[in-house]
Design a protein around this ligand. Structure first.
Ligand code: SAM
Length: 218
């Protein structure tokens, strides 16, 4: 069973996403186990402080090293061989081939969600991977972590059901986007499903789908 842990100040953000649809099913099937590590539990002093101002000046606050290191230590005690991943716009861009690789590997993952203006750089000494979900800035690492977790877990064999579903999806071969799809009715307010898809001719359907699959822009 794959172990996925998340270090976050907002564990409640994950409740709806991890407990619905495929991610819920994956837990039921014991394909994955999620564990939330609340960074606040490792905060300093009576007010459980987790952030402070940056040396050298500048706007905003940074996550302090002490709570972050303690939270990683806690997560590592639970899963000593897990890889530590930090969410950051500076990281390598997430993509389908990485989702497949991380899904296939036996390793567990510990996702650190940054907040405020980010985190004290020294945490990188215990981080294995830095990952970005794209060239834009979000308020915290929680949405990126959820995106990455979803893309990994749905690829664990048995989770999606139809084992071919993932194999024919967009990006699965690194080059092609999925063809357009239609369901009933065949005629919706005059908008008709392409005739070839109703023909039952599998060779022609395959050709049409190939011709209508766009290429990934590199
Ligand atoms: N000051 C940082 C910068 O300019 O790169 C942005 C900090 S952002 C407001 C707070 C946190 O959200 C980051 O530390 C990171 O964990 C997460 N985050 C924001 N955008 C992200 C992205 N595109 N990919 C991954 N994580 C992101």
């Amino acid at each position: 069973m794959k172990k996925i842990q998340v270090i976050t100040l907002f564990p409640e953000m994950f409740d709806g996403v991890l407990n619905a649809s495929m991610l819920w099913k994956a837990q039921e099937q014991k394909a994955v186990e999620f564990r939330m590590v609340n960074l606040r539990d490792f905060g300093l002093g009576p007010r459980k402080r987790v952030d402070d101002t940056p040396y050298g000046g500048g706007d905003g606050m940074l996550l302090m090293p002490e709570p972050l290191f303690a939270a990683v230590k806690d997560a590592k005690t639970y899963d000593p061989t897990a890889k530590v991943v930090i969410m950051t716009p500076r990281g390598q861009r997430w993509k389908q081939s990485l989702a497949q690789e991380w899904s296939d590997s036996e390793t567990g993952y510990i996702f650190i969600c940054g907040r405020y203006e980010g985190y004290d750089e020294r945490i990188l000494t215990v981080v294995d991977e830095q990952v970005s979900v794209g060239d834009y800035v979000l308020t915290g690492g929680e949405l990126p972590a959820m995106t990455i977790i979803d893309s990994i877990v749905r690829l664990i064999p048995g989770v999606l059901g139809g084992e071919n579903s993932a194999a024919i999806e967009s990006f699965s071969d690194g080059e092609t986007l999925e063809f357009p799809q239609y369901t009933k009715p065949a005629d919706f307010k005059g908008m008709k499903v392409p005739e070839v898809l109703l023909s039952g001719n599998h060779a022609q359907i395959a050709k049409w789908r190939e011709n209508n699959s766009a290429k990934v822009e590199k």
